[in-house]
Design a protein around this ligand. Structure first.
Ligand code: 3PG
Length: 212
């Protein structure tokens, strides 16, 4: 997939689960549970030793758009691409990381918190950014204020998104998609509670469908 085609898929799905995994052997079951609940994508963070192996595992799940999160270095970009990641998510904005992703033609969602960082992302040719940490930065009200002058950018709020605010976020035209960990928590994954992951995915996808 190209960066453009992956972004089109993510724009359609509208929810990007953030998955932090301690056992890569569970990754494909997490992806399958999210998929069964109606969410056909997810990012596995590189915050644990098994993260990269988890990215590789979900890249084999048919119909699932598997990404990597917490991508901070150029070397990680290369390794995630080698592992089969279809998109990359970063906590912040780094020109070299973005350039490397563009070299591979893989979709990248760099984190931004200010208008300055959004302008840097635009200058790099991006029109979708992650807004992180969304709740701490003022949530949708702040996004509305930023989107007024920067109307060509799509935002992916991450941090504090949950079933109580997802509809409000997704109903706003500046929101490209939302991201969060509530559907596939580290604890649920650790205990193998894939039923709850599927149930929370179904609830979230239903809410997203209602917000269209
Ligand atoms: C993160 O930092 O892991 C993401 O922004 C998700 O945040 P959340 O756990 O508040 O959903």
């Amino acid at each position: 997939m190209t960066a453009t085609s992956t972004l089109a898929r993510l724009a359609d799905i509208r929810i990007i689960p953030v998955i932090t995994i301690d056992d890569a052997a569970k990754a494909s079951d997490v992806a399958a549970a999210l998929l069964a609940g109606g969410i056909a994508c997810g990012e596995i963070t590189l915050r644990t030793p098994d993260g990269l192996a988890g990215v590789a595992a979900i890249s084999d799940v048919v119909g699932f758009v598997g990404g990597a999160g917490t991508v901070i270095t150029v070397d990680q970009v290369d390794r995630c691409v080698d592992a089969g990641a279809q998109f990359l998510v970063c906590p912040g904005f780094d020109d070299e990381v973005v350039e490397r992703a563009q070299f591979h033609d893989i979709a990248i969602l760099p984190g931004v918190a200010t208008a300055t960082e959004i302008q840097r992302a635009m200058k790099a040719g991006l029109d979708v950014v992650k807004f992180f940490p969304a709740d701490r930065l003022g949530g949708l009200d702040t996004i509305k204020a930023l989107a007024a002058p920067l109307a060509d950018v799509g935002f992916v709020p991450s941090g504090g998104v949950n079933p109580t605010n997802i509809v409000e976020y997704l109903a706003h035209p500046a929101i490209f998609a939302v991201s969060g960990s509530w559907m596939a928590t580290r604890a649920a994954i650790a205990t193998g509670d894939f039923d709850s992951i599927e149930r929370l995915s179904r609830t979230a996808s239903g809410l997203a469908a209602g917000a269209k």
